[in-house]
Design a protein around this ligand. Sequence first.
Ligand SMILES: [Zn+2]
Length: 277
Amino acid sequence: MKKVLLAILGILIIIVAVLLIKTYTYPFKKNTTGAGEGWKPVRNDSAVMRFSGGLKIPTVSTGSLGEFNYAPFGQFKEYLKNSYPLVYQNTEYVEVNQYGLVYRLKGSNPGLEPILFLSHMDVVPPGDADIKNNEENIFRPEDKPLEPVAKVAEDWDYAPFSGVVANGRVYGRGAIDMKGMLFSLMESMNSLIKNKQIPQRDIYLAFGFDEEVGGKNGAIQIADYFKKKGLKFDAVYDEGGLIMRKGNIAGVDADVAVVGCAEKGFLSAKIKVKGLG
Ligand SMILES: [Zn+2]
């Protein structure tokens, strides 16, 4: 009996040793694609103003696709063209099903598979705030929406399509979901082109316009377009979690950035934490 126990103990020690050695010697790949040389953060007022202008356009997804008011979507499309002329001059630009927007920035190495970044321009209706009352908030190029406007509804500190910049924040329906990412992508691409930083891989951006009601006319048509072109992506980046102030996740007394990783690929992260386990 004692011998058996000793044998089991021996096996356990070997397993733990193997696990520890594996853990410490596993060849996690060093990420060299991050803040490399020549990297500059986009942090300027004009970027904020371009984003704010985009929030003023009420690209609302309604319950059924037949009910869509497409006028703001056309307006939004034109707004992007006017805001990022460099991107339109330096990428292959395709409109899929009229309002689905695809951009391709050609990389230097055609042997590498491209990568794809997604966003959508539509937003959910602003709840109890009456859109009609906010028609005066629809974007006009001369607008400088820096002043807070009056409260329009219980749920809103600022009108949902005001794009107000106040208290160090940008307010508006779609600021998080998902014009924030859309404008970040456009700013990034604009900055790459401006700084003549040509990536090795082709970079694709694709923006849908009916994500909030299923994506039938937008994302699905764009996917079809990619399929017909025979494109295969090395990685696809889509809408993810939020960065939240502390107090928004029960039991976590800190700001939290939610990292989502699913369906494809993997993420290696090195995280240092101080405190009790
Ligand atoms: Zn979304």
